[in-house]
Design a protein around this ligand. Structure first.
Ligand SMILES: C[S@@+](CC[C@H](N)C(=O)[O-])C[C@H]1O[C@@H](n2cnc3c(N)ncnc32)[C@H](O)[C@@H]1O
Length: 334
């Protein structure tokens, strides 16, 4: 019998150790404490108010993950940690990682989710049901969008658009970045009431109030105002929805936009044969854990739905990891 190396299985079975270590360190504020200056084990465990033997084990794991470095018993943040894991830094991913911390325990119940076919948590908690969680979710999206948003907004061409409908616009980050790129542009961030409340705060922080308005909108119930918009963006929204809902959103956009108007869709998408890629497949599973109707769609599926509704596909763009977004540029032609 030929030997089949089981190492990939061992790696898969223990991969969550790395996630848990990173999440615990961010939650405890390890990188924030060390950012103030190099620290010894005793100083760190005291500042964190943690058990020193367990802190030693955590710091050792962080050394091995190359998030910390140690010189003469003093710990310092490694470049990846000092750039992305210290609170308040321009490129901080802290908000997004804290959101991961919320989601992390839910993955432990994946078998139950698959058995029941539904998320184990009420997804509404993040969409207004729980104020703190909603705020964390919206800021998490904002930090993620700031991280990847420039690459995405660099591709989106709104040269001829005066008024953009940013459907499920969340924190408004993309609308704000696009309004910096296009001075003629006005954008409406259309999202659930509790989410636009936080988005308004973020628009003020980004100095985008003049061009970007935050408008309460429920895409299950509300229709886009006719003759108001001449372009639309649906970013990171369709992975929450099953095909029938996606088609109904496309129909509502088709009805509201004039001929010639662009529709940009940006999301994690699956290959046309729906066999991967790995990140997309895992992301789709994450959405299943989190949201009632979570699913990732392929470019081929969405293109067919759009073409049926009178859109032409102008082009697609694939952004490589760590962004992992695909953009579909469609134009209403009939
Ligand atoms: C992953 S976020 C994407 C946010 C933003 N477009 C971006 O790309 O950063 C999905 C958004 O869909 C919004 N959403 C979910 N259900 C909605 C509904 N029924 N009506 C309007 N927005 C909804 C959520 O509040 C959330 O802001």
């Amino acid at each position: 019998m030929t030997y089949l190396d089981p190492a990939p299985l061992v790696s898969m079975a223990t991969a969550y150790w790395n996630s848990a270590t990173l999440i615990a360190a961010v939650k405890l504020g390890v990188f924030d404490v060390i950012a103030q200056g190099s620290r010894s084990l005793e100083e760190i465990s005291q500042a964190l108010n943690c058990d020193s033997i367990a802190t030693d084990a955590l710091l050792t794991a962080l050394l091995a993950l190359e998030l910390l470095e140690r010189q003469d018993s003093q710990y310092i943040n490694a470049p990846l940690a000092s750039t992305y894991l210290v609170s308040g830094q321009p490129q901080s991913l802290g908000g997004a990682l804290l959101y991961n911390a919320d989601v992390y325990p839910l993955w432990g119940q994946l078998a139950e989710v698959v058995q029941q076919g539904d998320s184990v948590k009420d997804p509404q908690a993040y969409l207004g049901g729980d104020q703190e969680k909603t705020k964390r979710f919206v800021y998490g999206m904002h930090h993620r969008a700031l991280g990847v948003g420039r690459a995405v907004s660099a591709i989106i061409d709104l040269t001829d658009v005066q008024h953009l409908a940013d459907i499920g616009g969340g924190p408004g980050t993309y609308s704000a970045l696009l309004s910096q790129k296009y001075s003629q542009l006005k954008a409406d961030v259309l999202d659930l009431p509790a989410v636009v409340g936080v988005a308004q705060e973020i628009m003020t922080q980004m100095g985008a109030d003049e061009q970007v308005s935050c408008v309460p909108f429920d895409y299950y119930q509300d229709s886009l105002t006719l003759n108001k918009y001449d372009g639309a963006l649906i970013s990171g929204v369709l992975h929450r929805e099953q095909p029938e809902q996606v088609k109904s959103m496309f129909a509502s956009v088709a009805q509201a936009l004039p001929i010639g108007a662009p529709l940009w869709i940006s999301d994690v998408m699956l290959n046309d044969d729906r066999s991967g890629p790995l990140f997309g497949a895992m992301f789709a599973l994450n959405m299943r854990v989190l949201a009632h109707d979570g699913r990732c769609h392929s470019v081929a599926e969405q293109s067919a739905w759009l073409q049926e509704l009178g859109f032409e596909i102008v082009g697609t763009h694939h952004l490589p990891p760590p962004i992992n977004y695909t953009l579909i540029h469609a134009k209403k032609v009939r």
